[in-house]
Each structure stands twice: as structure tokens, then as C-alpha cells.
Design a protein around this ligand. Structure first.
Ligand SMILES: NC(=O)c1ccc[n+]([C@@H]2O[C@H](COP(=O)([O-])OP(=O)(O)OC[C@H]3O[C@@H](n4cnc5c(N)ncnc54)[C@H](O)[C@@H]3O)[C@@H](O)[C@H]2O)c1
Length: 287
């Protein structure tokens, strides 16, 4: 069945969704899918021109706001701008995130701190600013990762902060339920996006991902976006505090060890049949 035929979902036409990281990848797909489902959409990204371009593509019922989620004043301005433009916020997809591969002993403090700043404090900024203006209930969807629940070599900073994102969803579900605000997380597996371009451009690595994925392919941003729309919609009205894996089954048998150390030798980290490429595109080892 073609992907495009899968999702026919509906949101109230007066509902307003704020999406972060909306200029690219999963956030862009989520903004497009929420808009197609009927919501008015505020696209927030530190790449303001990219957000503008997606908003222009959507046309009516879309607005863009340049904001780095690590800067609370910029986040507050984007939330205020959304309320000024559309009058309300009902749905929040707190999706923008940051990830770098690296052996724990080599992680620079600034890189560790960046994971905390974007994935945890940035998500906090967006959700708290939005909750303060949400009236009459709503739905908040955080973007975690399969790494929220499964560890992976070379991914300690990312996995640790994404685990925090999943716990934030559960904690807020408990706290915000009385306001009829539901809070859930999506946990994507390996999805085609700028974040994974450099990894998936490597043939053996892409093949490994496909081989380790029961559904036999790398994920598309739309695969995650449709679950975000489901969690935003009344179809999930009694669902809160959950983390939903959107990984094609990649974690069915535990987390695939995309990269691992040979413990018998105490040797360097070796990719399984593939070159090791960091998320910033830097080749870090392998053949
Ligand atoms: N692609 C994957 O395989 C994958 C897997 C699991 C989880 N995720 C998560 O999905 C989310 C989206 O990632 P993606 O794959 O779409 O990446 P992407 O690079 O395609 O898009 C990320 C977007 O977020 C924006 N952004 C980044 N930092 C920001 C900040 N501080 N403030 C505002 N905007 C910021 C970027 O400008 C970009 O437009 C992230 O939270 C990521 O950790 C991705």
C-alpha cells in the first residue's frame, strides 16, 4: 500500500499546532501532516528561512517563527506570535533535537552540554511556554528516539537526554491530565533526514539498517508524522503518558548494535560491516 494512502486523519479546523524543528525532516513532515489533517500550524525552527519556505508551501493556515529552542526569549516570542496569529495553541510537537556519535571518553563538554541544552532544556522551554497559554485541553507530543529506551555504543549523551524526554512525557502526563492535556512521545528509529544523511549515504551502513529492520526499509519522516497526528487527534483521546516506537521493528530483538566495541580485545569501536560516520558527517573509523 503506498504510504500516501495510509493516513486519513482529522483535526478540528479551529485547532492550532505548534511544531519545532519544522524546517526539515520529521518536524517538516509533521507540520505538513497536521496541516493536511485540518489544523492551523505554527512552524518554529532556528532555520527561519527554512520554516518560512515550508509555511509558504502550505499557504493559508500556516505561519513561521525563527527561534532557537535553547533561547527562552525566542521561544516565548514564537509562542506569543502563534497566539497573536491564530488565537490559541492546542497541539505541540516538541520535535527539534540534537545528536552526535562519540566515544564517552572523547565527548567534549560543550557537545555534552549541547545535548542537554537542546534535547532537555529546549524541550522544557517549548512545552512550558506553550502549556502556559493552552486553554481547554490539548495534546503534546515529544520526539524522543529508540535511544530513549535502548542504549547504543557511542551514543551516551544522546540516549541519556532522549531518555529524559520520554520521562518528561510521562511526568507531564501525570501532571497535566487534570487540564485535559495529554502528553506522549514518539520514539523514532533510523529515519531518512539531514540527521542521518551522512550515515545512510554509506551503502554498507544503509544495507545494515535495512537488514536489521523487520519491515525491511529505513523510515521516512512521514512514518513518524502520521503517528504524531494520531497522538494529536481525538482518535487517541484516552492515550497519555506513552512512548510509541516508530522504528519498523528495529528494536524488536533489542537495540541493533549499529556500532560496538570488541570486548574480547578491548579494541576500538567497530561498525558492523560499515564505516563509522558521526552525525556531523565526520568519518570516525572503520574500513
Ligand atoms: N532521523 C532519525 O533517524 C531520528 C531518530 C530518532 C529521533 N530523531 C529525532 O527526531 C527529531 C527531528 O530530527 P530529524 O531527523 O527530523 O532532523 P533534521 O536535522 O532533518 O531536522 C531537525 C530540525 O530541527 C531544527 N533544530 C535543530 N536544533 C534546533 C534548535 N536548537 N532550535 C530550533 N530548531 C532546531 C533544525 O534546524 C532542523 O530544521 C530530533 O529530535 C531527533 O533527535 C531522529
Amino acid at each position: 500500500m503506498p504510504d500516501a494512502d495510509v493516513a486519513v486523519q482529522h483535526l478540528p479546523s479551529d485547532s492550532v499546532a505548534l511544531v519545532t524543528g519544522a524546517a526539515n525532516g520529521i518536524g517538516r513532515a509533521a507540520a505538513i501532516a497536521l496541516h493536511a489533517a485540518g489544523a492551523r500550524v505554527a512552524l518554529v525552527d532556528r532555520d527561519g528561512q527554512g520554516a518560512d519556505a515550508v509555511a509558504a508551501q502550505l499557504g493559508e493556515r500556516a505561519a513561521s517563527f525563527a527561534a532557537d529552542i535553547t533561547d527562552r526569549r525566542q521561544v516565548d516570542a514564537a509562542v506569543a506570535g502563534t497566539v497573536d496569529t491564530f488565537g490559541r495553541i492546542d497541539i505541540v510537537a516538541a520535535n527539534a533535537g540534537y545528536g552526535r556519535f562519540g566515544a564517552f571518553v572523547d565527548i567534549e563538554e560543550r557537545v555534552w552540554q549541547r545535548h542537554l541544552d537542546v534535547n532537555l532544556t529546549g524541550t522544557f522551554n517549548v512545552v512550558q511556554a506553550a502549556v502556559r497559554v493552552m486553554r481547554g485541553g490539548g495534546s503534546i507530543i515529544l520526539t524522543g528516539s529508540t535511544a530513549s529506551t535502548f542504549p547504543c555504543d557511542l551514543f551516551s549523551a544522546y540516549a541519556t537526554t532522549k531518555a529524559g524526554v520520554a520521562m518528561l512525557a510521562r511526568s507531564l502526563a501525570a501532571e497535566l491530565g487534570r487540564q485535559q492535556i495529554r502528553v506522549n512521545a514518539v520514539l523514532p528509529g533510523v529515519i531518512e533526514s539531514n540527521m542521518t544523511d551522512s550515515i545512510l549515504a554509506d551503502g554498507p551502513t544503509r544495507l545494515l539498517v535495512e537488514q536489521e529492520t523487520p519491515l525491511g526499509r529505513v523510515g521516512h519522516p512521514e512514518d513518524v508524522a502520521d503517528v504524531i497526528v494520531f497522538l494529536a487527534s481525538a482518535a487517541s483521546r484516552y492515550v497519555t503518558g506513552n512512548s510509541i516506537l516508530v522504528d519498523g521493528g528495529q528494536t524488536t530483538h533489542g537495540f541493533p548494535r549499529w556500532f560496538s566495541a570488541d570486548a574480547s580485545t578491548g579494541g576500538d569501536f567497530e561498525p558492523h560491516g560499515a564505516r563509522m560516520i558521526a552525525f556531523d558527517g565526520t568519518a570516525t573509523g572503520g574500513s
